[in-house]
Design a protein around this ligand. Structure first.
Ligand SMILES: [Zn+2]
Length: 108
């Protein structure tokens, strides 16, 4: 199996996620506690926006990690084999998500 197309897709997705993470940096920044410029309600809005941005970032970082692990498996020549049982992962499954680490039987 030639992992090159998967490697390209993984690298593209990783680059996009890193760019997204950078672009959303401001939303995750500490909320200003300046009561003069921001009313109580809008401060709560700001905190909610921040909490959502932080949760999005947590998921984004987890995905970046999963992609990095898949790229490492390509480098090591282990790509396309289930990390749990070592069976081949179906191509259809890899086409859906090239970062998937397990075969369908081992997927939680
Ligand atoms: Zn398996």
């Amino acid at each position: 199996m030639d992992p090159a197309p998967y490697r390209a897709r993984l690298a593209d997705e990783q680059a996009a996620l890193i760019a997204e993470s950078k672009a959303a940096e401001d939303d995750r920044a500490p909320v200003e506690l300046d009561q003069q410029s921001v009313g109580r309600l809008s401060r709560m809005d700001a905190l909610q926006v921040q909490a959502m941005a932080q949760e999005t970032e947590r998921r984004r970082q987890a995905r970046i990690q999963a992609i990095a692990a898949a790229l490492k498996r390509i480098e090591d020549g282990d790509y396309g084999f289930c990390v749990a049982c070592d069976e081949e992962i179906a191509a259809k499954r890899l086409d859906l998500d090239p970062a998937v680490p397990t075969c369908i039987d081992c997927a939680g």
